[in-house]
Design a protein around this ligand. Structure first.
Ligand SMILES: O=c1ccn([C@H]2C[C@H](O)[C@@H](CO)O2)c(=O)[nH]1
Length: 135
C-alpha cells in the first residue's frame, strides 16, 4: 500500500501543476485511488463567472465516473500551502460521501509529506444516499 500511496501523492502534485486558476492563483490537485487500483486525477478549473469554478476533487470524481469507476478507496489532495495540511472544501466532502464514507484522505503538502485522515473524520454525521431510502 505504501507504494500506491506514494504514487497517489505524487500524482496529485502533478495534477496540481495543471490547475487552471487565473483568478485565485490557488492551484489544487487531487488523485483518486479506485477499488481496482486505478488512479484518476483532477485539478481546479476556474471560470470568469467565479461561481462556475470546479474544485480539483470534484473534477477527479467526475472524470473517474466517466471512466467507469464508482468504487473508491482513497483520495490525495494538495495545494501550495507549505506550513499546514489543508482539507477539501465542504462541497467536495459531500461529493465524496456520495460514493461512500470509507474514503481514506491524504492531505498532501508541496514537499510530498502527507497526513492520513478519513472522510468520516472530515464529515461527521454526514447526509448520505442511504438516508433517501429511509423515508
Ligand atoms: O477543496 C478545495 C478548495 C478549493 N479549491 C479551489 C477552488 C478555487 O479554484 C481555488 C480557491 O478557492 O481553490 C479546490 O480545488 N478544492
Amino acid at each position: 500500500m505504501t507504494d500506491k500511496v506514494n504514487e497517489l501523492v505524487s500524482k496529485c502534485l502533478q495534477a496540481r501543476d495543471m490547475a487552471y486558476c487565473p483568478y485565485s492563483r490557488f492551484p489544487v490537485g487531487a488523485a483518486i485511488l479506485t477499488a481496482d487500483g486505478a488512479i484518476i486525477t483532477g485539478c481546479n478549473v476556474e471560470n470568469a463567472s467565479y461561481g462556475l469554478t470546479v474544485c480539483a476533487e470534484r473534477t477527479a470524481v467526475q472524470r473517474a465516473v466517466v471512466e467507469g469507476h464508482r468504487q473508491f478507496t482513497a483520495i490525495a489532495v494538495a495545494c501550495d500551502i507549505k506550513d499546514q495540511f489543508v482539507g477539501p472544501c465542504g462541497a467536495c466532502r459531500q461529493v465524496l460521501m456520495e460514493f461512500g464514507s470509507d474514503w481514506i484522505v491524504y492531505l498532501t503538502k508541496p514537499d510530498g509529506s502527507y497526513k492520513e485522515t478519513s472522510l468520516s473524520e472530515l464529515l461527521p454525521l454526514a447526509f448520505s444516499p442511504a438516508h433517501l431510502a429511509k423515508t
